[in-house]
Design a protein. Structure first.
Length: 296
């Protein structure tokens, strides 16, 4: 990515006083990261790749949906320039004024509403959802067909489908807020991590298992534990290391391998950071304590 950020005007897309535009884009490496003066809803229809949005890079795959407010910079990129590594995005863009007559149909105390109508007051610079049950896929494809055919009354159908999508996004948001308040599945998440910590476990693995986006899962996890997923996983692994160092004579490199670390240099640095001593010193300290207990 270069440092240049382009700006797109809705005048390039909107036609005949119609304040909504849809397309199906096969992403490449030619489009610059850009901002725009319209709201954009982007849906990953096929393939996988990366979404460069503000200062973040997010891995995306089929079913990812983004609400991108006015002023937020972004661009999609396929995972590779090879022909077999495609990334297809459906884009629905619209002027905020399009919804002026229909605002009463939307819940106005929501992040989705603020992202569209009041981006400067929105807590999030962009919204990310995952379409686990093809709810939004069907709506987006219907909108795209209506826009291409332009049959009688298609404008009304497009607005109706857009409002349906926004209402469903607000429902998703409310479900997420409920989860954030209590994170009901937290015990299950902890069990999942502790039963798989020896594997090459990633945030995406856990988020996918619990049908959450990686970014949303990380926010929930940090709010519930005060730690990032990586910090928590490291703590679980190092705690298990400590137990094995105290209770067994297994060589240190084997213990590291058992808990998921193959890079011994990284493992030693992490262990010392977490405990203040090396694994060998930790084992020796507890052996000395045991000996003193026996002598007593």
């Amino acid at each position: 990515m270069n440092g240049r950020i382009d700006h797109l005007s809705g005048d390039l897309f909107f036609e005949n006083d119609l304040d909504i535009f849809l397309n199906r884009e096969l992403e490449s490496f030619t489009t610059l990261q850009h901002t725009h003066d319209f709201v954009e809803i982007s849906f990953v229809g096929e393939g996988c790749g990366y979404h460069y949005i503000d200062e973040e890079v997010i891995y995306v795959k089929q079913g990812d949906l983004f609400v991108i407010p006015i002023g937020t910079s972004h661009v999609f990129r396929p995972s590779s320039p090879k022909q077999d590594k495609m990334l297809v995005i459906y884009n629905c863009i619209f002027r905020v004024e399009l919804l002026d007559k229909w605002k009463s149909l939307l819940q106005q105390d929501s992040v989705t509403y603020d992202a569209i109508s009041n981006p400067s007051q929105c807590a999030s610079r962009w919204l990310h959802f995952q379409d686990k049950h093809d709810t939004f896929s069907l709506i987006v494809q219907n909108m795209y067909r209506e826009y291409l055919k332009k049959s009688a009354g298609f404008e009304t159908v497009l607005i109706a489908l857009l409002i349906q999508m926004l209402v469903l996004l607000q429902r998703f948001e409310m479900v997420n807020e409920t989860e954030t308040a209590s994170f009901r599945m937290f015990d299950e998440v902890v069990h999942f991590i502790k039963s798989r910590y020896t594997h090459n476990l990633t945030v995406q693995d856990v988020a996918d298992y619990f049908f959450l986006s990686a970014s949303h899962f990380q926010r929930l996890f940090k709010k519930s534990t005060g730690l990032s997923f990586t910090q928590y996983l490291q703590n679980v692994r190092i705690q298990k290391c400590c137990e094995l160092l105290k209770s067994t004579d297994i060589p240190i490199y084997q213990i590291a391998n058992q808990v998921g670390y193959q890079d011994m240099k990284f493992f030693h640095a992490l262990f010392r950071k977490k405990t203040g001593v090396t694994p060998r010193q930790y084992r020796q300290n507890f052996q000395e304590l045991d000996e003193s207990d026996i002598s007593c």
